[in-house]
Design a protein around this ligand. Structure first.
Ligand code: NAD
Length: 266
């Protein structure tokens, strides 16, 4: 299926690896030019160079090493995109998730950090790009959130809280005037995907439980109806569809990609 977005410009956060990389790749394979942002320059530039070998001729990929959760990082992104024009057609908001822990240990500072990264950063990116999209009559915003928004996980309280705030904001903003101006905003909720972040969380849990990572990995995979973890490529494909012309009538949705792990009917 031709998604009808060839030649558009996308901003993808956390794009050097994992889910952000999956989204950047899927968009680029559709002919979308992508500004790929991540904190570490070395991994990012290697990811851009690898992707360049795969994408159709003429697709532009730009790697920008910046912390998307800071005002200075976002300013650098918009400068790289041609200054105040801020003319992205597609924005995929994504950054690292907050650390797990016990809510009794989180002080105001920990909460502000989580809210900054996983709620206010996407909101700032939406604020900076949405009116330009509306003026041009096309825009797609996809926020990578988490299945924890639908089925909260106790040790991920910082993520549950901050991302739920974003979810509430998106529910309202997506249904504002921009809905009739060709702009959609949706959230894409990953369950368990085989990325570095998952490896780290599994590693920490395995150590605490005195189990091997492989043992825990098998256990977690068996708990998913699909019998396996997801991969960034299939996550990216869903993201690209949400950014397509065909998905124009889908907005304000929370789309779960979890191999059937969430047990409810809706
Ligand atoms: P990952 O660790 O594999 O990749 C994270 C990417 O984000 C890297 O490119 C990193 O450089 C970049 N990044 C991190 N902080 C950044 C910042 N401040 N500015 C710019 N770039 C930044 O992680 P992932 O598994 O792809 O997860 C992506 C998001 O999805 C995270 O917020 C995570 O909490 C969430 N999530 C992941 C899963 C999963 O199973 N992998 C499940 C639920 C939610």
């Amino acid at each position: 299926m031709d998604l009808g977005i060839k030649g558009k410009w996308a901003l993808v956060g956390g794009a050097s690896k994992g889910l952000g990389w999956g989204c950047a790749r899927a968009l680029a394979l559709e002919g979308v030019n992508v500004l790929m942002v991540a904190r570490g320059a070395e991994v990012l530039h290697a990811a851009v160079a690898d992707l360049e070998k795969e994408v159709p001729a003429g697709v532009k990929l730009i790697g920008l090493a910046a912390d998307i959760t800071t005002p200075a990082g976002r300013e650098a992104i918009f400068l790289a995109a041609g200054g105040p024009g801020r003319d992205f057609d597609i924005v995929v908001t994504n950054a690292g998730g907050p650390p797990p822990g016990d809510f009794r240990d989180w002080d105001r500072e920990a909460w502000l950090k989580a809210i900054d990264a996983n709620m206010l950063t996407p909101i700032e990116l939406i604020k900076a790009t949405v009116d330009g999209m509306a003026a041009r009559g096309f825009g797609r915003i996809v926020n990578i959130t988490s299945s924890a928004v639908k089925a909260p996980i106790d040790i991920l309280g910082l993520s549950n809280g901050a991302r739920s705030g974003l979810t509430g904001f998106v529910a309202g903003a997506s249904r504002s005037k921009i809905a009739a101006q060709g702009v959609t905003i949706n959230n894409l909720l990953p369950g368990k995907f085989d990325t570095d972040r998952l490896k780290t969380t599994l590693g920490t849990a395995a150590q605490k439980m005195g189990k091997s990572i492989e043992e825990l990995r098998q256990q977690h995979q068996a708990a998913v109806p699909a019998g396996r973890f997801g991969n960034p490529q299939e996550f990216g494909a869903i993201c690209a569809f949400l950014c397509s012309q065909q998905a124009a009538y889908m907005t304000g949705q929370n789309v779960l990609a979890d191999g059937g792990a969430y047990p409810g009917s809706f």
